[in-house]
Write a protein that binds this ligand. Structure first.
Ligand code: ZN
Length: 91
């Protein structure tokens, strides 16, 4: 007589396969909810940083000291001390 289809050994092996596959998925960052939400947070932070940078550069556009720094160095990206520190996140 042949082995029944629901061989307990085979069922157990299949269960192990599922566990192995689940572990593999856990290791895959794109499948992890935690890392997905971390990525989402990173995107939000990047957007925040970009917005505050945009605001900063709008400010420097009207800053007399930044204009003086630009004129003095001949570099259109030069910033005054205060705005340079802000740009580097020190303020
Ligand atoms: Zn400035």
């Amino acid at each position: 007589m042949k082995a029944p289809k629901n061989d307990p050994f085979e069922a157990h092996n299949k269960l192990l396969d599922v566990e192995r596959a689940a572990k593999k998925l856990e290791k895959n960052p794109s499948w992890r909810t935690k890392s997905a939400s971390t990525k989402h947070l990173q995107n939000l932070r990047a957007r925040d940083a970009k917005l505050s940078n945009d605001k900063l550069y709008a400010d420097t556009h009207f800053c007399v000291e930044c204009k003086a720094a630009r004129d003095e160095s001949g570099d259109s990206t030069s910033l005054c001390d205060q705005h340079l520190r802000k740009a580097m996140g020190m303020l």
